[in-house]
Design a protein around this ligand. Structure first.
Ligand code: UFG
Length: 346
């Protein structure tokens, strides 16, 4: 297939682009590098593959430019990863999230419409569910979507736009929305990894502490209604998540709309994650307890029955330590993230 990957310089998008290249697809990455890493593009360019790879530095919200890219590259399917993903930032700067996540997606869909590209796989999030009641956990796709922050809302609006557009287009358009839980880990061969600035995610924060880049890790809240008082999340390996994208891309037929939760179906507490990071790294980094982080629901984990039954998708990493090991491999060899690659390339 001829695939356009938006946000392909970002964490998840770069892993998707890598896998697509290895599977023999022609890949075009569009990224404005406002949050993505040029080093990820350099790593993708180094992959030897029969089909071409193109990188276009462009703003997804530029409808005319995107229409031209889709036409010139003969794109058949779009995987849309490009977005901003900090919940806290979305509360402080909601308009930027509606601009970068919602308005950009609208421009992209308009460009696809103009260029006659009829298939889209959209990165949605479990943040669209907000704070589900205990009886709705594990979370199925039918759970009510009531986001509690602008980030979740910015993604939910896109799901709505896609549904209405798909209805109007009939067999000429198909989309899948994948609602991700907590994505973690890195390419098993250590070629690309996770490099956010600032880093807010629990596993890379623990690994930075293990590297001595942070004095300690703070647990945000120990009084949640969970077995050990800390928040429980569903950690899915980035390669398994990419696998879900490939599976749905292959299954998607004209006129279909599909929605899947992508998680492994079990939750780990913050303390369990920290224990796994201590064990994998062998470094007893310091841990402190602190106040709750606003907007954190106590427990979120997926019921992945639908994606398992319909796409035969199954997470190959079902063990937290194995997930952490892949992240640790990359971080150990790239303690300054992609900045190391830039230095190595010079
Ligand atoms: N946590 C800490 N200390 C830290 C960092 C995180 O205790 O230094 C805790 C958080 O409070 C949370 C858990 O670790 O309970 C996981 O936090 P992350 O920031 O790693 O992930 P989130 O669950 O907050 O966020 C993820 C995605 C978001 C998405 C959100 C949906 O990364 O993009 O799930 O709830 F919006």
């Amino acid at each position: 297939m001829n695939v356009l990957v938006t946000g392909g310089a970002g964490y998840i998008g770069s892993h998707a682009a890598l896998r697509l290249r290895e599977d023999g697809h022609a890949v075009t990455v569009v990224d404005d590098l406002s949050r993505g890493n040029a080093g990820a593009i350099a790593a993708l360019e180094r992959i030897e593959a029969a089909e071409p790879f193109h990188f276009v530095r462009a703003d997804l919200g530029d409808r005319d430019r995107m229409t031209a890219v889709l036409r010139e590259r003969g794109v058949e399917v779009v995987m849309h990863f490009g977005a901003w993903t900090y919940v806290g930032e979305s509360v402080e700067q909601p308009l930027r999230y509606f601009r970068n996540n919602t308005a950009s997606a609208l421009a992209l869909i308009e460009a696809m419409d103009a260029a006659g590209v009829g298939r889209l796989i959209f990165s949605s999030t479990c943040a669209t569910y907000g704070e589900p009641p205990p009886e709705e956990i594990p979370i199925a796709e039918t759970c009510r979507q009531t986001p509690i922050n602008p980030y979740g809302r910015s993604k939910l609006f896109v799901e709505g736009m896609l549904r209405d557009y798909a209805q109007a287009k009939g067999r000429d358009f198909a989309f899948a929305a994948l609602r991700y839980f907590n994505v973690a880990g890195s390419d098993r061969h250590g070629r690309i990894g996770e490099d956010h600035d600032p880093e807010t995610h629990l596993i890379p924060i623990c690994l930075q502490a293990a590297l001595g880049q942070r004095p300690d890790v703070t647990i945000f809240g120990t009084d949640y209604p969970t077995p050990d008082g800390t928040c429980v999340r569903d950690y899915v390996h980035v390669e398994d998540l990419v696998d879900a994208h490939v599976a749905v891309m292959e299954a998607l037929r004209g006129g279909e709309t599909r929605v899947y939760n992508v998680g492994i179906g079990r939750g780990y507490s913050v303390r369990e994650v920290i224990d796994a990071c201590h064990a994998v790294t062998g470094v007893p980094f310091r841990v402190r307890t602190g106040a709750r982080r606003p907007g954190d629901p106590p427990t979120l984990y997926a019921d992945p029955a639908r994606i398992r039954d319909e796409l035969r998708w199954q997470a190959s990493y079902d063990d937290l330590a194995a997930i952490v090991e892949t992240a640790w491999r990359w971080m150990k060899t790239h303690p300054a993230g992609y900045a190391d690659r830039a230095r190595l390339a010079r």
